[in-house]
Ligand binder design. Structure first.
Ligand code: ADP
Ligand code: MG
Length: 255
């Protein structure tokens, strides 16, 4: 039997324990230095592989999510956002609502942090093991319309349909025609009681009806979206405006 380290590493690779295969020399060195028992050594190997797999899985799901940018909940400043308490935010971050298929609606004018919060919660969800997809309403309608004949759109729609959390950003910035509303209804109906949705919008749900057009479809969509929902009104001054950068060193006019 070839008892070289290289051969052992190859065996690990054949068993698809690639990360541990690479790490083996380090693990053996540490085992010697710290006089690990056999059991400790095996435990360290297994833990190492599991940790690497989880890291890879998170990385993969982060890519999948297609976030437009990465902003975490840590970077979300509560002193700038009085519409939500620390306790409520912590509860949202725990993600129990996701297991109960609750939806979350973030309302407010531009610049108050709706998209930031949606992305931040999306990242938290991924770290907790969930599958997340981010899509703007405009992109979503486009994907739904093209998914019948474009494989790329079909794949993206399948990802959305199989996600635990779907973030739909900027709902209702445009009016939908009957076909679009129909396609949107079918998606919402599929996600209903299967996944959670975070919607951001600068219009309140009572204004959504007119943008969805057909009254029957619009009621059906709203029923499902609002059945189990937490609505957060983020109405503070625009964070962008408050924290905007100035070309001038001092804001006031001098002389
Ligand atoms: P909205 O989606 O409501 O239009 P965004 O989420 O795009 O607003 O926020 C605009 C900018 O302000 C982003 O760069 C975001 O990171 C920042 N921002 C908004 N609210 C906060 C906050 N409470 N803490 C930290 N950054 C914030
Ligand atoms: Mg936004």
């Amino acid at each position: 039997m070839d008892d070289s380290l290289e051969n052992l590493q190859n065996c690990f690779k054949q068993l698809r324990l690639t990360e541990t295969a690479i790490e083996l020399p380090n693990l053996f060195r540490k085992a010697e230095q710290e006089s690990w028992t056999y059991r400790e050594l095996v435990q360290e190997m297994v833990q190492f592989e599991l940790k690497k797999r989880e890291e890879k899985s998170i990385e993969k799901r982060m890519k999948w999510a297609k976030f437009p940018y990465f902003k975490t909940m840590k970077e979300f400043n509560l002193s700038d956002q009085t519409s939500i308490s620390r306790r409520q935010l912590d509860q949202l971050k725990e993600m129990n609502w996701l297991e109960q298929q609750f939806n979350l609606i973030l309302l407010g004018p531009p610049g108050v942090g709706k998209t930031h919060m949606a992305i931040g919660l999306g990242i938290e969800a991924i770290q907790k093991g969930f599958q997340v997809t981010f899509v703007t309403m405009g992109e979503l309608i486009n994907l739904l319309k093209t998914s019948e004949f474009t494989r790329k759109s079909q794949l993206q729609i399948n990802r959305i349909r199989s996600s635990d959390l779907v973030i739909i950003d900027d709902l209702m910035y445009m009016a939908m025609n009957q076909r679009e509303a129909n396609l949107f209804f079918h998606l919402i109906n599929h996600l209903y009681e299967r996944s959670s949705i975070i919607l951001t919008s600068n219009k309140s749900p009572d204004q959504w009806g007119e943008l969805l057009g057909d009254e029957g479809i619009s009621t059906a969509i709203l029923d499902r979206l609002l059945h189990r929902v937490e609505v957060i009104h983020m109405n503070d001054d625009s964070y962008r405006m408050k924290h905007r950068e100035s070309m001038f060193e001092n804001e006031g006019v001098q002389n």
